[in-house]
Design a protein. Sequence first.
Length: 116
Amino acid sequence: MSNENKKRRIEFALWTAMLAPPIAWLIHFQIIYANVLPSCVMHTRVGLITSSILCLVIATGSGVLAWLGLNRNPAPDELIKSRRFMSRLGLMTSAMFSLVVIAQAIAIIVFSPCQE
């Protein structure tokens, strides 16, 4: 693998680590909002809980990408600083949006979809 390809893969992983958690939360929020009525009609929360687990896996998986990005920095000093910043920001967004998805999952478990 060429050095340029390796550089692009690392940058793609870091951008994914930063942007995947908020996108996963947004998708999760839209899915649970749209599926409250069908869940109430079918008297099941399986779809809501499944989407919560899937989005939590995506949010925490991007945190793993950010963590790995902290350790892979074969680049000049200025690139190392920007990659470390992106890695740390990816870790923080992963932690924050994972907590938000967990909080919404707790609400799904505690409250009935039919509750107004």
